[in-house]
Ligand binder design. Structure first.
Ligand code: ARG
Length: 453
């Protein structure tokens, strides 16, 4: 492509370090689309003749059909998908292929292709997130009344419902949806026509190419157009936060599937056995979601570090922008599919959850609140009285609701039999009716609201 200036070809290692084709061939569809939009505009503007533009467009279709049928060959000598496609085009239509690259550089070409690719990736993630949200809503609805222990410090804190717990993840995913949608909006400007870095003297129509490729308009500054990779970083930061959320749920599934917890049985489809211990059912998929989250964060860090020291405009380091995005996207797709499958098919052991909720004195706050409400104690004093009741229950090896009225009045004479109305875990969750609270009625309202968005 630049043979005029060079007497010798590159060394084999130069060829290898320089080549991005092994990974950027994933963008062949975007590259063809970008070239077709470009050549249509060149033809419309008379920068190439309409006849040549039509020949080139037909040739690009031919190259695309060949890629579709036979795959994209790994021809390292041709460096990247852009050069390969141009070479294939020349094979198909002859020297007129050389007119395609008028008023364009690989710098604006790659920036455009990559934006198109990331935009498609975002659309795929948004669809997967919607599927995951549906799975969470279905299971949350089923378990709007299922009592489980709520934890702080991983110590039994207050009873909640499983529906409420699952809806907490729905909230996180809703924020992920908004982050990806936001990234898509910001991404949707077209750098094509920025040329190498300074723009071009040809009378191009950047609005036309932007519109043809589904962008909201052209990028405003040619230097920024070719050197900006914020759209990829936006994708990776959104992916990282999403993966972080999936990883927290995965961690909970690993804990819950353990024998001491026993809160969940993962379906056979989402478990693995052990080659030596016949009793095992391991939550490998959940563990891998947790593990993959680290790799996705690594991908984000990788591109941040690549970009942070680069002067304007294009530097070849930027070729390294694609592998982390491709890797993160593949991993995130797997993680979302796996978590969706696990949530859909898990058997929640609600009896066990209830038993653990009841065992942990998790209604102690309800007793303290009752003392404030019904007996007029200041909360701090109520806290102290309740602490003594917990201590007594612990000594007797029973739950708070199994302490006799004699035991309770011995601790504080103001306690009467109506206290038993608040000491059960069901009463506790039913009482949490503040907006966003765990009361089953609230959880159902939250599910309805989420479905109506
Ligand atoms: N393969 C290159 C990349 O992915 C294309 C841009 C090359 N531009 C250049 N000036 N060498 O970034």
């Amino acid at each position: 492509m630049w043979g005029g200036r060079f007497a010798e070809g590159p060394s084999a290692v130069m060829r290898e370090i320089n080549a991005s084709l092994p990974f950027d061939k994933r963008m062949w569809r975007q590259d063809i689309a970008g070239s077709k939009a470009h050549v249509a505009m060149l033809g419309a503007r008379g920068i190439v003749s309409p006849a040549d533009a039509a020949t080139i467009a037909a040739g690009l279709d031919q190259v695309a059909a060949d890629y579709e049928a036979n795959g994209v060959p790994d021809d390292l000598a041709l460096e990247d998908i852009h050069m390969l496609t141009e070479a294939r085009l020349a094979d198909a239509i002859g020297p007129v292929a050389g007119r395609l690259h008028t008023a364009r550089s690989r710098n604006d070409q790659v920036a455009t292709d990559f934006r198109l690719w990331v935009r498609d990736a975002i659309d795929q993630v948004l669809a997967a997130l919607a599927g995951f949200q549906t799975a969470l809503l279905v299971r949350a609805e089923e378990h709007a009344d299922s009592v489980m222990p709520g934890f702080t410090h991983l110590q039994s804190a207050q009873p909640v419902t499983l529906g409420h717990h699952l809806m907490a993840y729905h909230e996180m995913i809703a924020r992920d949806v908004s982050r990806f949608a936001d990234a898509r909006t910001r991404l949707n400007r077209c750098p094509l026509g920025s040329a190498a870095l300074a723009g071009t003297g040809f009378p191009i129509d950047r609005d036309a190419t932007a519109a043809a490729l589904g962008f909201d308009g052209p990028t405003r500054n040619s230097l920024d157009g070719v050197s900006d990779r914020d759209f990829a970083l936006d994708y990776l930061t959104a992916a990282t936060q999403c993966a972080l959320h999936l990883s927290r749920l995965a961690e909970e599934f690993v804990l819950w599937a353990s024998q001491p917890f026993g809160f969940v049985a993962l379906s056979d489809q989402w478990s693995t056995g052990s080659s030596i211990m016949p009793q095992k059912r391991n939550p490998d998929a959940a563990e891998l979601v947790r593990g993959h989250a680290g790799r996705i964060m690594g991908a984000m860090t990788s591109l941040m570090v690549t970009m942070k020291g680069l002067p304007l405009a294009y530097s070849k380091d930027m070729q390294d922008d694609k592998p982390p995005v491709f890797e993160a996207h593949d991993l995130l797709g797997l993680c979302l599919a796996a978590m969706t499958g696990m949530v859909e098919s898990a058997t929640f052991r609600t009896e066990r959850m209830r038993q653990v909720a009841e065992a942990g004195f998790s209604t102690a706050t309800d007793l303290a609140d009752w003392l404030v409400r019904e007996a007029g104690l200041p909360f701090r004093e109520a806290h102290h009285v309740t602490g003594r009741a917990v201590k007594r229950a612990e000594e007797l090896g029973v739950g708070l609701d199994a302490l006799s009225l004699d035991e309770l009045t011995a601790i504080d004479a103001r306690i009467d039999t109506s206290v038993y109305d608040v000491l059960s875990v069901d009463a506790s969750v039913a009482s949490r009716t503040s907006f966003g609270g765990t009361a089953p009625a609230n959880v159902r309202a939250a599910i309805r609201a989420a479905r109506n968005i």
